[in-house]
Ligand binder design. Structure first.
Ligand code: PLP
Length: 361
């Protein structure tokens, strides 16, 4: 098969078994005589797909019945705005911990709706670590505390979540379903699907039912969590094909042994690449401080821009794709989401060793 090793940051790799299943069902889904994308979103056949995706996610992440799972559109970026629209008002304050460019974007949307407070930030170090020095247990008038669990651009990740008296909201776009979670630590989790969950087009929101009750009432209907929760995410036409693909990805995760097994593999994959960095005598330098290193996005620099360019080019010739770093960090980034195999990481580590050896000799 003519497939490459895909290290893109998002949209990203999808398990080949999932793509094959979708291919096999593309023209005639479950004896309906049509493709999933041709089904009415009010049909029973689609309803099964929709509810299967929802119940699989609940099962895999151990989501209690006190939470709702919503399938929305507009990407994680719409959540940046929907969250303050629904929960920020004249009487409370939205707290943000800044750990990267995506948290900054989330904050700037909240500023349009009310009072905000930056509880902690690692911006001054160009986001090389997750902020450590802050006190979140006695936040005054808190609407919520917002964090970004994994910083896709900088390659850092929260390994222990903050304890707080405020409702905790997390953007998990780039690490949802990559590790086991205690959902009850959070009041709202959101994620665009295009990294660990499937193709772009659907945004998953896991929200505590209590929080939905507290939402502002003067929000446009389509932007209100209450609307989507009360209509099982079928208030308007949902992204049916993306939700179908999500259901196949979730089935795949279950077949692999569930989130615990996926987490074990992800740690192994990350270790392979971080070892290649740490054993390179400083040729490759990790952007993230060690204790903040992400298991999803491995960011590193090379000694010069020319070498970086040559690295990315030669990697491509070796079918290792998507390794350019984001412009704000420079260097390289290997995104190793759930669908990226251990073998792909071994290939990349081997390539990193050989590239360095060839430069030295
Ligand atoms: N949040 C994080 C952590 C991301 O990595 C991204 C995209 O890469 C976004 C938000 C924006 O997501 P979307 O493009 O779905 O709006």
């Amino acid at each position: 098969m003519d497939r490459v090793y895909n290290f893109n940051a998002g949209p990203a790799a999808i398990p080949v078994e999932v793509l094959q299943k979708a291919q096999g069902e593309l023209l005639n889904f479950n004896h309906t005589g049509m493709s999933v994308m041709e089904l009415s979103h009010r049909s029973q056949a689609y309803d099964e797909v929709h509810n299967n995706a929802k119940s699989l996610l609940k099962e895999l992440l151990n989501i209690p019945d006190s939470y709702d799972v919503l399938f929305l559109q507009g990407g994680a970026s719409l959540q940046f705005a929907m969250i303050p629209m629904n929960f920020l008002n004249n009487e409370n304050i939205a707290y943000y911990i800044l750990s990267g460019a995506w948290s900054e974007k989330a904050l700037s949307e909240a500023k349009k709706f009310g009072e905000t407070n930056v509880l902690a930030s690692s911006k001054e170090s160009n986001y090389t670590h997750i902020p450590k020095q802050f006190e979140a247990n006695s936040l005054q008038n808190a609407a919520y505390l917002h964090i970004t669990s994994n910083n896709t651009i900088f390659g850092t990740q929260w390994h222990e979540f903050p304890s707080t008296n405020a409702p905790l909201i997390a953007d998990m776009s780039s690490d949802i379903l990559s590790r086991e979670l205690n959902i009850e630590q959070f009041d709202l989790i959101y994620a665009g699907a295009q990294k660990n969950l499937g193709p772009s087009g659907v945004t998953v929101v896991i929200i505590k039912k209590d929080l939905i009750e507290k939402a502002n009432k003067n929000v446009p209907t389509i932007l209100s969590y209450q609307t989507h929760a009360s209509k099982n995410s079928l208030y308007n036409t949902p992204p049916t094909f993306a939700i179908y693909m999500l259901s196949l990805v979730l089935e795949w995760v279950k077949e692999q042994g569930g989130v615990a097994e996926i987490e074990r593999r992800n740690k192994q994959k990350a270790q392979i690449l971080y070892n290649a960095i740490d054993e390179s005598d400083g040729f490759y330098k990790g952007h993230a401080e060690k204790e903040s290193r992400s298991f999803m996005n491995v960011t590193f620099t090379l000694p010069s821009d020319e070498l970086t360019k040559a690295f990315v080019q030669e990697a491509k010739e070796n079918r290792l794709i998507g390794l350019s770093g984001h412009r704000s960090v420079g260097g390289c980034r290997a995104s190793i989401y759930n669908a990226v195999t251990i073998e792909a990481c071994e290939k990349l580590a081997q390539f990193m060793k050989e590239f360095r050896k060839n430069i030295k000799s």
